[in-house]
Design a protein around this ligand. Structure first.
Ligand code: CP
Ligand code: NVA
Length: 290
């Protein structure tokens, strides 16, 4: 079993990973977990390293350029090498296909996506855990995502659908969720943020310019300007709606400081939950069940 996307799992598996977030013991005792990064990270690296340590294992983080993926050695041979020493291989990659190459090369060792251009499943698990804590149940929740139909939106949309929530994504033309994600029950693509947030329990956004999109910065800033989550937009959501953001955030772009630092913001609960969600996901991949 791997965790490359949320979509490759069913509702029962996702529920078990969330249940294990609080209860897993030491299934990694004496084992290693490789964490390979092609892009920067604060939350993912630290939450994963601490999750591995808390499960009894030993994490080894390396930047991809130290390993020379595809230059010093083929991706397949790097995956096979890491699998000699580690019980799980996790990677943050520019192209999702590299994760699939790793997974195909080491079928007996779980591969975990720590963010790709297509998906961010560990983030979605932490988001769902946060929603469970804030609202008790994700089922029936109305989630409004305002902005780019990107990796974060895609994974959360699928997770929300599997757990019975409604996911409304408001995006400008050309930045919508793709058809494979819109095929999931309860996932809707809208244009107008004000319509998406109406009565929403959660209002979520992410950066307008994701890592690796720097050449598109000016164009994206212009297109996404009407998609800022500000106090006026939050006021259109349900009373006491929670504001969520995967972080890192740019105050004054996708969200105002008043919202992300205000009383409705749950972003630090969400960041902490990256650790708990990572514990649940890793334990589940090692065969632990609640
Ligand atoms: N949310 C998230 O994945 O943060 P990092 O990029 O800092 O890991
Ligand atoms: N969409 C962002 C998420 C960062 C956690 C990116 O890919 O850079």
């Amino acid at each position: 079993m791997n965790l490359l996307t949320i979509a490759e799992h069913d509702a029962a598996a996702i529920g078990q990973m969330l249940d294990l977030a609080e209860t897993a013991e030491k299934p990694l005792s004496g084992k290693g977990v490789a964490l390979l990064f092609e892009k920067p990270s604060a939350r993912t690296r630290h939450s994963m390293e601490m999750a591995v340590a808390s499960l009894g294992g030993h994490p080894i983080s390396v930047r991809a350029d130290e390993v020379g993926v595809g230059s010093r050695e083929s991706p397949e041979d790097i995956a096979r090498t890491l699998a000699c020493y580690h019980s799980i291989v996790a990677a943050r990659v520019k192209n999702h296909a590299l994760l699939e190459t790793f997974a195909d090369a080491i079928t007996g060792t779980p591969v975990v996506n720590m963010l790709s251009d297509r998906a961010h499943p560990l983030q979605a698990l932490a988001d769902l855990l946060t929603m469970k804590q804030v609202r008790e149940s994700v089922a029936g929740a109305k989630i409004a995502y305002v902005g780019d139909g990107n990796n974060v939106a895609r994974s959360l949309a699928v997770g929300a659908s599997l757990l019975g929530a409604e996911f409304r994504c408001a995006s400008p033309e050309g930045y919508e969720l793709s058809a494979d994600i819109l095929a999931f029950p309860g996932v809707k693509q809208l244009r107008d943020p004000a319509v998406a947030v109406r009565d929403a329990d959660f209002v979520y956004t992410d950066v307008w310019v994701s890592m690796g999109q720097d050449s598109e910065t000016e164009a994206r800033k212009a297109v996404f300007r009407p998609y800022q989550v500000d106090e006026a937009l939050m006021a259109k959501a349900a009373r006491n709606a929670a504001f969520l953001h995967c972080l890192p955030a740019i105050r004054g772009e996708e969200v105002t400081a008043g919202v992300i630092d205000g009383p409705q913001s749950a972003v630090w609960k969400q960041a902490e939950n990256r650790y708990h969600a990572a514990r649940g996901a890793l334990a589940w991949l090692l065969g632990v069940r609640p």
